[in-house]
Design a protein around this ligand. Structure first.
Ligand SMILES: C[S@@+](CC[C@H](N)C(=O)[O-])C[C@H]1O[C@@H](n2cnc3c(N)ncnc32)[C@H](O)[C@@H]1O
Length: 253
């Protein structure tokens, strides 16, 4: 397909982490004017309520082990919708380019000759801790931060995560999709020399009123997860900045 055959444009819009107030103004205008919106599971209902009521809304939600649409199907759908619709929004939780497959989708759309633009969003790795009063850097606690996935993909090649280098080189570690693999990650972080009393925070559904937060240490947190039945989706923050939890005010809803 060449560009002249394609009427529309695809906008990869970051919905932010849950609180609708964290959606960007650009994102909001696009949702209000969209002809088609293809959205992911982590997009909150309040944000979906902003969508143009005449738009076609398609749930492409993927939760662990439950794929409603395969990645290839989603990309194919975007290409098809862009042929006959002016504004096609691909709405993703957080930021599309942070562990959101936005880069991969954009590549495929470019290859297919579809015009595409990204509208960044507020990523959960920053916003969820911030709403709990946990700054990721602080001059007394941390001058470096790493964002890393805790989910090792089996289906595609991805270089092994070098937990040793991350644990040694970064004072704050922010882990996406890490709950199912938490024990294994902790073993590697401790083996790299991080002390067992390093504080850890897990934040589920961050920035939402129903969020849940669990705070412990590298020594205790896995046991706490088991005892409380804490579940994904959550962000894990490892590092001394977590000492500010309960000291700085959490977001009031
Ligand atoms: C596929 S990644 C998508 C990340 C997203 N693109 C972003 O920038 O936030 C999904 C993971 O993001 C994290 N996540 C997304 N929204 C979250 C929220 N509101 N609270 C806590 N973690 C969240 C969880 O670790 C979840 O397993």
């Amino acid at each position: 397909m060449n560009r002249s055959q394609c009427l529309g444009k695809v906008y990869l819009v970051g919905a932010g982490p849950g609180d609708p107030g964290l959606l960007t103004l650009k994102g909001k205008v696009l949702l209000e004017h969209a002809d088609v919106v293809i959205y992911d599971a982590l997009v909150s209902p309040e944000i979906l309520a902003i969508v143009n009521p005449y738009a076609e809304k398609i749930d492409a939600g993927k939760r662990r082990g439950r794929h409603s649409l395969l990645q290839q199907e989603t990309t194919q759908l975007l290409i098809e919708k862009a042929q006959n619709n002016a504004v096609v929004v691909r709405l993703k939780g957080g930021d599309p380019f942070i562990f959101g497959r936005g880069g991969e989708e954009m590549e495929d759309l470019v290859k297919a000759g579809v015009r595409v633009e990204v509208i960044p969003g507020v990523t959960s790795g920053i916003a969820a801790p911030a709403y709990e009063g946990i700054p990721l850097t602080h001059r007394n606690y941390s001058s470096s931060v790493t964002f890393v996935t805790g989910h090792e993909a089996n289906e595609k090649y991805r270089p092994q995560i070098n937990w040793d280098a991350i644990a040694r080189g970064s004072e704050t570690i922010v882990i996406y999709m890490g709950i199912h693999n938490l024990t294994n990650i902790i073993v590697q972080v401790v083996a790299a020399g991080r002390s067992l009393d390093t504080p850890v925070a897990l934040i589920r559904w961050g920035t939402r009123p129903d969020r849940e937060t669990l705070v412990g240490t590298l020594e205790t947190i896995a046991q706490q997860v088991e005892e409380t039945g804490f579940e994904a989706p959550a962000i894990a923050v490892i590092g001394n900045v977590v000492n500010l939890y309960g000291v700085l005010p959490a977001h009031q809803f």
